[in-house]
Ligand binder design. Structure first.
Ligand code: HEC
Length: 137
């Protein structure tokens, strides 16, 4: 009897874990408002992410149209699909998008050809990305 109750309850129990929520929680609106501006931002000593990552790289962003400073809705949607492939929902520290440009000492990869844009996981920009990965709106 209790076994049956257990199996009936089981789907709810597993689907309410944080990881499961986060897996469904990569939000497009937050991506557009928070993540994309960081991919376009010019940081001292570094090229913009989009400059290198709109030609030839595996992580491939849409190229900005001539004279444009922001992606179109359709381009943003494509960027979103691309970014999702380099993110592990709920686990910022294992998300390529976040650890490639993060300093090795702070938990980032050893090397990123595009340089280390963030020195620590408490950097406000890095935290904003982590919130997106964690499904925080
Ligand atoms: C100076 C050029 C340059 C800049 C600027 C740059 N990158 Fe890169 N990045 C590369 C290259 C080259 C690679 C390795 C080749 C590839 O991804 O195909 C790479 C690799 C990556 C990867 C790993 C792709 C994989 O295959 O796992 C990610 C994710 C990434 N970069 C994200 C970023 C983000 C986010 C920024 C901005 C904060 C950024 N990069 C800025 C050149 C750059």
């Amino acid at each position: 009897m209790w076994l049956i109750v257990f199996f009936l309850m089981w789907p709810q129990a597993t689907s309410s874990t944080g990881a499961q929520n986060a897996a469904g929680g990569l939000d497009f609106a937050t991506f557009k408002s928070t993540v994309e501006p960081l991919l376009l931002e010019k940081r001292p000593g570094h090229a913009r992410c989009v400059t290198c990552h709109s030609t030839g790289t595996a992580f491939r962003l849409q190229a900005l149209a001539k004279g444009e400073t922001m992606w179109s809705e359709e381009q943003s949607q494509k960027n979103f699909e691309m970014a999702k492939r380099f993110v592990l929902p709920g686990v910022p520290a294992k998300s390529r998008l976040l650890v490639m440009p993060l300093s090795h000492e702070a938990g980032g990869t050893e090397f990123h050809p595009g340089g280390k844009h963030w020195e620590s996981q408490s950097d406000a920009e890095w935290k904003a990305l982590a919130n997106w990965v964690n499904g925080v709106k």
